[in-house]
Write a protein that binds this ligand. Structure first.
Ligand SMILES: Nc1nc2c(c(=O)[nH]1)N[C@H]1C(S)=C(S)[C@@H](COP(=O)(O)O)O[C@H]1N2
Ligand SMILES: [Mo]
Length: 443
């Protein structure tokens, strides 16, 4: 087990940071808005908190308002960070959730250190993860010959494939919905596109026999429920057979050519790109082939589901009127420059980012500097492979000094474009694919 893995596994850490503003934002963000966000500081995080402050104990810890960050940490300019996750904004510590600021997603291939973390439960303890003995079992009522495989057996029995795959949480952008939806208040950073190496889910399922009545698969991981109740499972989702059997659907042991980061599912995970990240099971132990739609925790309405028809903000929607989210909508990010740039009017500005469209390709990216009145088409590259995001870039020559916003809008291969404002409200705040925008000043 690598030292890095051990460090990642220690989880939440306070490290020195160069950016005091961020510390303030964390402090005040949590204090003023305790209702809509899970408290940052849970009782369970107290030991870690004490250690981070360098105190033996926090005697009045039970009096601390939910979500408060001790000022000692803010004064030290020490925002919370996850070991191995460079510059991510930590939204919660139990379960751990962290997103990536847009300008840190500028790489063509997202490094492990910049891949967001979305945990529904508590990851398996690092001491209990031994990649040499880790097994995945394939079973279920529509599996003809249930079998288990070690990672070495997967590597030896099946052909290896590497694809660059885009994973975005279904709730990315949730923070912009009004009235606010419960759940992690993601802004734009619950998306990533690293490469994954593994075997095709199809090859493994076929080796175990897919019965003719199979309609769905479901995954089970080694993470445990936040309640501590061993009979409860934090999440067990899946995809219909047609998605499971796609070339790019993998059981992966490597990300960007290295072990998968601990928080992203080490040592083995499912990856089904282009769909809500929740279908890509981490710390994978078991896959079931089902003769009905999988019914594990978080498959049920309203989890990862939206109303079948548009609803007015705040509407209560009957359970029977929801559909499960499948392919994610077209979306883009401006990853360079970072919002807030000031530069001379005489310089042209290179602007770039990524665009993606679930199962589809992106056909066009346009950029506006006049609040959407006019658009100019950016250069758009082909994806590295199907289900990878696509690099776009353009050069902007500003007409005069002053404040500008740069907006980016992508269009998919079926002609759907991103809305300039937050799209249709839905009770759980999924699928916000509004245009991303950044501020620039020309002086
Ligand atoms: N076992 C397990 N798999 C999981 C989850 C989880 O909590 N447990 N979270 C899911 C969700 S909701 C998302 S968006 C993605 C996030 O992947 P990441 O944390 O590697 O970015 O993992 C999915 N797979
Ligand atoms: Mo998610």
């Amino acid at each position: 087990m690598s030292t890095n893995k051990e460090r990642e596994a220690r989880g939440l850490h306070a490290l020195y940071a160069e950016n005091p503003e961020k510390a303030d934002r964390l402090v005040w963000g949590r204090v003023v808005d305790p209702e809509s966000r899970r408290g940052f500081l849970k009782k369970s995080g107290l030991a870690a908190m004490g250690a981070a402050i360098g105190a033996a104990a926090i005697p009045f810890a039970d009096k601390m308002p939910g979500g408060l960050i001790p000022v000692a940490l803010a004064d030290n300019h020490e925002p919370f960070m996850l070991e191995g996750k460079d510059g991510l904004t930590v939204l919660n510590d139990r379960p751990v959730n962290a997103e990536t600021p847009a300008h840190l997603l500028d790489d063509d291939i997202t490094p492990g250190s910049r891949m967001f973390v979305r945990n529904n439960g508590i990851p398996p303890a690092i001491e209990n993860i031994d990649p040499a003995t880790w097994e995945v079992r394939i079973e279920g009522e529509s599996c003809a010959n249930p079998m288990s495989f070690t990672i070495a057996e997967l590597k030896q029995k099946f052909q290896h494939y590497t694809y660059q795959l885009q994973i975005e949480c279904g709730g990315n952008g949730r923070s912009e919905y009004v009235p606010s939806a419960s759940g992690n208040q993601w802004t734009t950073g619950a998306v990533a596109c690293p490469t994954f190496t593994g075997v095709r889910l199809r090859d493994v399922l076929e080796a175990c026999g897919i019965k003719s009545d199979a309609v769905y698969i479901g995954y089970y991981g080694a993470d445990t429920h936040v309640s501590g109740d061993p009979s409860r499972i934090p999440i067990s989702r899946g995809v219909p057979m047609h998605k499971a059997l796609e070339d790019e659907s993998l059981i992966a042991w490597a990300m960007n050519g290295e072990d998968i980061p601990y928080q992203n599912g080490y040592p083995l995970r499912v990856v089904c790109g282009g769909w809500p990240g929740s279908v890509s099971g981490k710390w994978l132990q078991r896959i079931v082939i089902r003769n009905q739609k999988h019914d594990g925790p978080k498959m049920e309405v309203p989890s990862y589901s939206v109303p079948k028809y548009p609803v007015a903000p705040g509407t209560e929607v009957p359970k029977s009127d929801y559909v499960t989210i499948e392919s994610m909508p077209v979306k883009s990010l401006i990853t360079y420059p970072q919002s807030g740039l000031t530069q001379s009017k005489d310089e042209k500005l290179v602007v770039r980012g990524h665009a993606w469209a679930g199962d589809l390709a992106v056909s066009k990216v346009e950029v506006s500097i006049d609040f959407g009145a006019t658009w100019m088409e950016a250069e758009l590259k082909a994806p590295a492979n199907r289900l990878a995001w696509q690099r776009w870039s353009t050069v902007i020559d500003f007409p005069e000094i002053g404040y500008y916003e740069i907006w980016a809008k992508a269009t998919d291969s079926e002609g759907h474009s991103q809305p300039m404002v937050v799209p249709g409200w839905n009770p759980k705040g999924y699928l916000n694919n509004a245009c991303h925008r950044i501020a620039v000043q020309l002086v």
